[in-house]
Design a protein around this ligand. Structure first.
Ligand SMILES: [Zn+2]
Length: 301
């Protein structure tokens, strides 16, 4: 035992400083959902190795339904910074964030400078009942830009030596988002007049930005399936407004959609607001946005 300890000391003591930096003292940066993690990864860039980046919600989980595990609570307690959208979206975080010690920077990205805010359209969503803002913010690329700048400012405060790198990475990310944005604008321009239905109303920030025609949402309350009356309303919308496309999401069960579209000519497409299968790198957000645009295009054409 003594010998093992001695060997450990011999190996580690001369470099104790760096041993510590690489184990305990690497600041832990937590993102609530994948779109946020995608922006954090891009802003952190190659200096991601100076930070420990952690995405709280596993791929495939919906922020509307998530319940924190005890291990999640421990992880939150160790964080230097926590990025999330806002209390109205990640409702499961409200209490735990109140109970954190003062050493953690908690950043609600809805409060970042230059965010474009929208009221929710339905008003029946559980996450919108207390908060009437539509918090699917990241689906407007302008908001992703505002969030990226906010993330860079926070990373600079928890890792000052790399402040300039985070600023450069954020500027490069902004340029890539702007390029994708103008490409998508051209791509969707011819499809503006065609009404579409969403499974839940996640796409207002996207369809408002690109001028697409939203006709309605299949489910008004993301915790429940719609009742018979609403199903009737949706079928009327499909017929009267001649909605050409219904976009369902991998985070929600597909069975209901089948019933809804039986006997109509509407296209059913799939769209993923959370980018669940995408690998994480500096282009993840761009790919998420471009995939969404491609889903709209395929479904509306
Ligand atoms: Zn949602």
């Amino acid at each position: 035992m003594f010998r093992i300890l001695t060997i450990f000391l011999l190996l580690c003591a001369p470099v104790l400083q760096s041993c510590q930096q690489h184990t305990q003292e690497k600041p832990l940066v937590i993102s609530s959902i994948k779109p946020v993690q995608a922006l954090v990864v891009a802003v952190a860039g190659k200096h991601a190795e100076a930070l420990e980046l952690h995405q709280l919600l596993p791929d495939g989980a919906s922020p509307h339904h998530y319940a924190l595990k005890p291990s999640d609570l421990r992880t939150l307690g160790n964080a230097s910074a926590i990025f999330y959208i806002g209390n109205g979206l990640e409702t499961f975080l409200s209490k735990p964030l109140e109970n954190l010690s003062g050493n953690t920077q908690v950043v609600a990205l809805v409060n970042a400078a230059d965010i474009q805010h929208l009221h929710s359209r339905g008003g029946h969503d559980e996450h919108e009942a207390e908060n009437t803002e539509d918090l699917h913010l990241w689906l407007n690329p302008q908001n992703a830009i505002a969030m990226s700048m906010g993330i860079a400012r926070t990373l600079a405060t928890i890792d000052p030596p790399h402040q300039a790198d985070y600023a450069v990475n954020a500027r490069q990310l902004v340029q890539r988002i702007q390029a994708a944005d103008s490409h998508i604008r051209q791509q969707l321009e011819p499809l503006r007049a065609k009404p579409y239905l969403a499974f839940h109303d996640a796409w207002q920030h996207f369809d408002t930005h690109y001028g697409l025609a939203f006709a309605g949402a299949v489910t008004l309350d993301v915790s429940r399936l719609p009742g018979a009356r609403h199903v009737h309303d949706i079928r009327q919308i499909i017929e009267q407004q001649k909605a050409v496309c219904l976009l369902q999401e991998p985070q929600f069960p597909p069975a209901l959609v089948k019933t809804l579209v039986e006997g109509t000519n509407i296209h059913v497409g799939e769209i993923d607001p959370l980018g669940m299968k995408l690998p994480l790198d500096e282009n993840t957000y761009i790919t998420l946005l471009q995939n969404a645009a491609d889903s709209f295009q395929r479904c509306l054409q």
